[in-house]
Design a protein around this ligand. Structure first.
Ligand code: ADP
Ligand code: MG
Length: 684
C-alpha cells in the first residue's frame, strides 16, 4: 500500500519516474511541460507551412513497402476534407507490422486519420517523416486544449506521463497558500489556476508567452519555486543561528597593533566590512557571513583583523584556501603580520604526514592560535581544542556542499567565507540566502587599472619582447600556459613545452615554472623565489588562478586565452595591477575564434569590473556553473531564471521573511509541496 502522496503506479513505472525526480503526486503537479503541440486545429495540407509542427486529417490512398535502399513504409494520404486536393507521403523508417496493418485497414474501411508532424519537401514531393497518427472512430472530437510535451526519460511515453499527471492534478492538494489580495496586486493567478493552465492551456493562450515563460501562470510558478528556495535557505540560516557560538568579544588591542604595522591604511570599504564582522563575532551565535569583493580589493587583511579578535578572545582560527599554493602564500603573509605580534601561525597545506610527523602535526594544530591550510583541514578531522572562527578563502571553489559539511562539524565556530568571484545580486540573493553578505566595493587607492590587450598568436614575438622590456624595468611577469581541459597530461606537456620555448626566447632572464603536478614543497619553493624577486618570469598553469599576490608583477600573458572561462580570465588578470605599477594583461588567442570565445574575449576586454563580468557570465552560462552547485544538494532552480526573474527573487525574499515570522504552518505546507523529502538536505 503506497503512502498517501506516493504515485500510484506499477513499480517499473515508479522507477522511471524517480529518474525524473518524481516521487509524489505533488511532484507530478510540478512537472511542467517543455512545450506544447496544437492538436486543437486541423490544417489543410495545402496551407501547411514547412517545418512547423501541425495536425492534418487525411484518408489513406495507398500503403506500400519499399525495400531498397532501405526498408521503409510509405503511406500516401490526402486531405479528408478535400480528397481531390493535395497529396502527402508519410514515411516510416522503423515501424511495426501492426502499424502497417492499421494503415491498410484504414484504407480498406475508409477511415480518417489524424496525423501530427512537420511537413517538408521530400524527394518524392511533400512528406512527413515519422508523424504521430491515430485512426479515428466515428465521432472523435478535437481536444480542447494544447497538448503538453513533458521532459521524460527512456521507457516513459508522453502519453503515459500525461495520464499520470492528469490524474495527479485531480488528486493533489492545490490549495492556495498565498493571500488573494497579494496575488491580485502582483497580477498572479492562483496556484491551482496556474498549474492547470500550464498542464492544459486553452487553444487561445498565446503559445509564444507560454514558450517564453512570461505568461502570468509561469510567473506564479516561478515565484513559488523561488519562495521555496528562500524559505528553505532562510530557515536553515535561522536554525543555525539558534545554535551557540563562542563570544569573541575583545578589546581590539591586537587588531590595533596589526593595523599599526601595516604599510597602508584600510579603505573605507574595508573598515565598514571589518566592523560588520567584528559585530558578528561578538554575538553568542555563529556568524555565517560571505565577504565578497573583486580581485585585489584586500580581503585578506580584513580576515586578519577577524583573526585578531578571535585570538585575543582566546580562541583558535582555521584559515582555509582551495590550493596549496594559496595556502602557502597566506601562510607567508600571515606569519609576517602575526609573528611580530606574538601570534603563533601553523601551516598545514596538503595532506598530513604519516606516523610520528602526523601525530606531531595533529598535536600542533590542536593548540596553535592560527592554522592555515587547504580543505585537508576539514577532511583530516583535526581536533581543535578552542576553535572559534573558520575562514574559507575563495569560497566558490569549495562548492556549497563543502560549505554545508563544514558547518556540521562538532562545535559551531563563527564562519567567514570569502569570494573573489563577484556574484551578481540576484544570484547572491537566491543561492546565498543562507548567508549574510558583506561587500568590499572599492579598490585600494593608487591602483592603476590593468590595461588589457588582445594579440593574435601570430604576434607572439612582440609579446616576448614586451616581457623583456618589463623585466628590464625591474618588474616581473606571469606567462600562463594553455588550458587543456580534456587531459591533465597534455596540459602538463604544453606547460613543459612553453617553458622550454620561453627559456630560450628569454635567454638571460630567470624563468621559473610552476604546475599542478609539482609536489607541494617544490611548488612552494618556486613561488617563494618569484615572490622574493629571484625569478623574473613565472611560467604557470592555472594553479596560480586564485589569490596569488606579487605586487611587483606587472605583466600577465595568457596563452590561448580563448580557452579560458570569464571568471578565470578575470582572476588571472587580477594577479597584476597590485603594486601601483602600470600593468598590462595580454590575451594571446588563436584564430579562428568560435562565437562564444569571441564573446568572452570581448567582455573581458571591455570590462574590468568583476561584478559586470560576472553578470555577463551568468547570462552566457546560467547560474549552475557559477555557484558550483551542480553536485551540491542545493536544488537548482528548474523554472525561474535569475537573469529574467530578478524582480521575483526580491518578492520571494520579502514573502519568505514574512511567512517565517508569521505563519510556520504555511511555510511547512509550501515547502512540502515544492521539496518534499529533498528539503532534508538543507537542515544543516
Ligand atoms: P584579494 O581581495 O584579492 O584577496 P588581497 O587581500 O590579496 O586581495 O590584497 C591585494 C593586495 O592589496 C595585497 O598586496 C594587500 O596587501 C594590498 N592591500 C590590501 N588592502 C590595502 C589597502 N587598503 N591599501 C593598499 N594596499 C592594500
Ligand atoms: Mg585573496
Amino acid at each position: 500500500m503506497p503512502a498517501a502522496d506516493e504515485i500510484d503506479a506499477p513499480a517499473v513505472l515508479r522507477d522511471r519516474l524517480r529518474k525524473l525526480g518524481l516521487e509524489r503526486s505533488d511532484d507530478l503537479v510540478l512537472h511542467l511541460p517543455l512545450r506544447y503541440e496544437d492538436e486543437t486545429r486541423v490544417t489543410a495540407i495545402a496551407d501547411a507551412r514547412p517545418g512547423v509542427p501541425l495536425q492534418i486529417e487525411v484518408m489513406v490512398r495507398e500503403v506500400s513497402l519499399r525495400l531498397a535502399p532501405r526498408r521503409q513504409l510509405l503511406v500516401q494520404v490526402a486531405d479528408a476534407a478535400a480528397p481531390a486536393g493535395s497529396l502527402l507521403l508519410l514515411r516510416f523508417l522503423s515501424f511495426y507490422g501492426s502499424q502497417q496493418r492499421a494503415f491498410e485497414t484504414a484504407r480498406d474501411e475508409q477511415r480518417r486519420l489524424r496525423v501530427f508532424g512537420e511537413i517538408r519537401d521530400g524527394f518524392l514531393g511533400l512528406e512527413m517523416v515519422h508523424p504521430r497518427f491515430r485512426v479515428l472512430t466515428a465521432d472523435a472530437a478535437l481536444p480542447q486544449s494544447l497538448t503538453p510535451v513533458y521532459p521524460t526519460t527512456a521507457g516513459l511515453a508522453q502519453s503515459a506521463l500525461r495520464k499520470l499527471i492528469a490524474r495527479a492534478m485531480k488528486a493533489a492538494d492545490l490549495a492556495e497558500l498565498l493571500d488573494a489580495d497579494w496575488c491580485c496586486r502582483w497580477k498572479m493567478p492562483s496556484f491551482a489556476a496556474a498549474v492547470s493552465l500550464l498542464h492544459s492551456p486553452p487553444p487561445d493562450v498565446l503559445p509564444a508567452a507560454l514558450q517564453a515563460r512570461s505568461h502570468p501562470a509561469w510567473r506564479r510558478v516561478k515565484f513559488d519555486e523561488l519562495l521555496a528556495q528562500q524559505l528553505s535557505l532562510r530557515r536553515a540560516y535561522l536554525a543555525r543561528r539558534r545554535k551557540g557560538a563562542p563570544l569573541l568579544a575583545s578589546g581590539g588591542q591586537l587588531a590595533k597593533r596589526l593595523q599599526a604595522v601595516l604599510p597602508f591604511a584600510l579603505t573605507d570599504a574595508q573598515q565598514r566590512v571589518a566592523a560588520e564582522i567584528a559585530a558578528d563575532l561578538s554575538q553568542p551565535y555563529p556568524m555565517q557571513r560571505l565577504l565578497q569583493g573583486d580581485v585585489g580589493c584586500g580581503k585578506t587583511v580584513v580576515a586578519a583583523l577577524a583573526v585578531c579578535q578571535a585570538v585575543e578572545a582566546g580562541h583558535q582560527v582555521a584559515f582555509m584556501a582551495p590550493t596549496e599554493i594559496l595556502a602557502e602564500q597566506h601562510h607567508l603573509k600571515l606569519r609576517a603580520w602575526f609573528e611580530p605580534l606574538g601570534v603563533e601561525v601553523l601551516c598545514l597545506s596538503g595532506r598530513l604526514g604519516a606516523g610520528g610527523r602526523r601525530a606531531a602535526q595533529r598535536q600542533a594544530a590542536a593548540t596553535a592560535e592560527l592554522v592555515v591550510g587547504t580543505h585537508a583541514l576539514i577532511q583530516e578531522g583535526l581536533d581543535f581544542t578552542r576553535l572559534g572562527l573558520v575562514i574559507v578563502d575563495e569560497q566558490h571553489r569549495f562548492g556549497v556542499a563543502q560549505r554545508l559539511a563544514l558547518r556540521r562539524k562538532g562545535v559551531d565556530p563563527h564562519q567567514l567565507m570569502m569570494s573573489a568571484t563577484p556574484i551578481p545580486r540576484t544570484l547572491a540573493m537566491s543561492y546565498y540566502a543562507d548567508l549574510d553578505v558583506s561587500v568590499i566595493d572599492q579598490l585600494p587607492l593608487g591602483r592603476s587599472p590593468v590595461r588589457t590587450r588582445l594579440f593574435s598568436d601570430a604576434r607572439r614575438d612582440e609579446v616576448v619582447a614586451a616581457v623583456r622590456a618589463v623585466v628590464a624595468d625591474g618588474r616581473q611577469a606571469y606567462w600562463v600556459c594553455p588550458l587543456i581541459e580534456e587531459s591533465a597530461k597534455l596540459e602538463l606537456q604544453a606547460a613543459l613545452d612553453t617553458y622550454a620555448a620561453l627559456s630560450s626566447e628569454l635567454a638571460g632572464l630567470r624563468v621559473g615554472l610552476v604546475h599542478g603536478r609539482l609536489r607541494g614543497k617544490e611548488k612552494a619553493a618556486v613561488m617563494a623565489a618569484f615572490v622574493a624577486g629571484d625569478l623574473d618570469v613565472l611560467v604557470a598553469t592555472t594553479v596560480i588562478e586564485v589569490g596569488v599576490d606579487v605586487p611587483n608583477a606587472s605583466l600577465m600573458v595568457i596563452e590561448h586565452a580563448e580557452r579560458f572561462g570569464l571568471a578565470q580570465l578575470h582572476q588571472l588578470r587580477g594577479r597584476v595591477g597590485r603594486g601601483g605599477h602600470e600593468s598590462v594583461c595580454v590575451l594571446l588567442y588563436q584564430q579562428p575564434l568560435s562565437a562564444s570565445a569571441r564573446a568572452r574575449l570581448k567582455i573581458i576586454f571591455e570590462h574590468s569590473d568583476g561584478f559586470e563580468i560576472a553578470r555577463q557570465d551568468l547570462r552566457l552560462r546560467g547560474p549552475g556553473e557559477l555557484v558550483g552547485s551542480r553536485q551540491s544538494g542545493v536544488p537548482l532552480l528548474r523554472y525561474a531564471d535569475l537573469e529574467v526573474d530578478g524582480d521575483l527573487v526580491e518578492l520571494a525574499q520579502q514573502m519568505a521573511r514574512q511567512l517565517l515570522r508569521d505563519d510556520p504552518e504555511r511555510v511547512a505546507r509550501h515547502l512540502r509541496r515544492w521539496q518534499g523529502s529533498r528539503e532534508e538536505l538543507l537542515k544543516a
